[in-house]
Design a protein around this ligand. Sequence first.
Ligand SMILES: [Ca+2]
Length: 190
Amino acid sequence: MGPGVLRHQNAPDTGFYQVLLMPREAPRDTDGDGLDDVFELERPESLNPLDPADAGRPAPGAGGKTWLELYTELRAPLTTVADMSPFQNEDGVAVTREAVFRLTRPLAPDALLTVSNVHATFGGRRILGRVEISADRQAVTYFPTENLPASARVRVTFDPGDARDDLGRRLDLAGSGVSWQRGPRGLLTR
Ligand SMILES: [Ca+2]
């Protein structure tokens, strides 16, 4: 915002204004509607940091979501892997065991993952397998379908590519993968 002049017509002489310089990184929520003041000031056509009623109105182009819902989503941490199975240092994992990646949020309804996104390697080459997304769209499972030696060390890698989460954002899981080796003590690294 550029410089400007604030003028209060017919201002009473019983008070005064105090102007505070607020850092953009730590804005207040002056009207208490859940939207911070900077977010509201950046959208003067729709929002007013002194009007708590605007947060419940639908945000244009947001599929019916309110401004508060949109604001909350925009600030949600990017979706990543919450946990993986087999987990690190899990013992005695069968080389035929499936690998499950559980995400912090669901995938978009139209997100498609194939073996180009989730695949396993053994001895430097990709093995045959298939990928399934759970009904709640929050778990991705890779099933190896190839026979492997019992001592095989298998590494499963999850590269989401352009797949989006339920908020339409790309996933944040660079380098997610799990590897294991069949034996009395599975060797697992992320
Ligand atoms: Ca407001």
